[in-house]
Design a binder for this molecule. Structure first.
Ligand SMILES: Nc1ncnc2c1ncn2[C@@H]1O[C@H](COP(=O)(O)OP(=O)(O)OP(=O)(O)O)[C@@H](O)[C@H]1O
Ligand SMILES: [Mg+2]
Length: 336
């Protein structure tokens, strides 16, 4: 039987960061010495932008809302997004503000120390939101809030109201964060968590936000705040999918790791693609797992993922019924 696959639209609201990455980097050379490295790339990254690029590669109709500066880094970020198929028309450009950017010297083992310059992400306030941007957020099949914890000028109560409107209009709501947190950060996220179907932090973020070492207890704290489910990622350990009914741990795929930057954004994009197709939470977790693992195989948050067919083919080769059923459902759906 052929079911109907929603390809969106998805709106990614949140942080936009230009990543400049180089690998492999074992040390910063002393004095003014230089070293030769294999590869340097620039990518549109951050919890909203990075996820949007991966979603576009997976064939999802995606548009972004957020802020960049009116500078060359911003031009570059827009070009990277639009070249990958992301609709950038609703991204605000702030005059006299720099686009948020990060330099990432990637270690030979794939670890990613980061040198970050905050910029326009930290300047976006609820008052900046235009009517068109609000329409996009509240009129999508799914809205993904990415990194609002790092948008320090943004009132989370207003974001909660946007999320509530989106839900009233029938949208799914997902959220991921950029930083580690604490109880204040969790409190600030509460108005949005109340309307969030799936919260997708990494394990360290979930632990620091909740103060709970045990991931199950930490997830249950978030469920008690109103989230429908928690998909917590654990790097090479995989992920855990927890809602009122299931608590399942999925392993990461064994891949040759070049750079783990943006694996979480890749996971989110896969998970969201599964949600749009009506997959079960565990099947969505598998789609996220494949996408996150693929991102680890190349340099930058947009590396590794080519398209949905590639992901379906990997899923169908896994020795797991949920993964294979997810692959079957994704490949037999028709674009609505
Ligand atoms: N070393 C790895 N090997 C295989 N898969 C990995 C590896 N690291 C990450 N992944 C995959 O990507 C998913 C997300 O990774 P991770 O938990 O590192 O996200 P994150 O910390 O949120 O990353 P980011 O914030 O940079 O996007 C994992 O659940 C796993 O499936
Ligand atoms: Mg993450």
């Amino acid at each position: 039987m052929t079911t109907s696959l929603s390809r969106g639209p998805v709106t990614c609201f949140g942080v936009h960061i230009l990543d400049i990455l180089g690998r492999p980097v074992s040390e910063i050379p002393p004095g003014q010495h230089s070293i030769l490295i294999d590869e340097i790339r620039a990518t549109a990254a951050g919890t909203a932008a990075g996820t949007s690029v991966d979603l576009a590669k997976l064939g999802v109709d995606v548009r972004n809302v957020g802020a960049i500066g009116d500078d060359i880094l911003g031009d570059f970020t827009l070009r990277l997004l639009s070249d990958n198929g992301v609709d950038t028309r609703l991204i605000s450009r702030f005059p006299s503000t720099r686009t948020s950017a990060t330099i990432l010297p990637i270690r030979p083992n794939g670890e990613r120390p980061a040198l970050h310059m905050p910029g326009a992400n930290g300047d976006f306030t609820a008052a900046h939101l235009t009517a068109d941007q609000l329409d996009a957020i509240t009129g999508s099949a799914l809205v993904h809030f990415g990194g609002i914890d790092a948008m320090t000028a943004l009132d989370p109560v207003a974001v909660g109201e946007w999320a509530a409107k989106a839900k009233l209009n029938g949208a799914l709501v997902t959220m991921d964060v950029l930083r580690n947190g604490d109880s204040h950060a969790l409190h600030a996220l509460e108005p949005v968590l109340l309307h969030t179907d799936w919260f997708c932090p990494n394990d360290e973020q979930l632990r620091t936000l909740t103060g709970e070492e045990d991931l199950g207890n930490a997830a249950r704290m978030v469920l008690a705040l109103g989230a429908g489910g928690v998909a917590v990622t654990q790097g090479e350990q995989g992920c855990r999918i927890i809602d009122g009914d299931v608590d399942v741990t999925l392993p990461a795929l064994k891949v040759e790791v070049l750079d783990t930057t943006g694996c979480g954004d890749g996971f989110d994009a896969g998970f969201i693609t599964g949600l749009l197709a009506g997959l079960t939470p565990v099947q969505c977790g598998w789609v996220g797992t494949v996408c996150g693992s693929l991102v680890a195989t190349g340099l930058g948050s947009d590396a590794g993922i080519t398209n949905l067919d590639q992901v379906v083919s990997i899923l169908s080769g896994l020795n797991d019924d949920d993964a294979r059923e997810g692959a079957r459902a994704l490949s037999t759906t028709q674009v609505a």
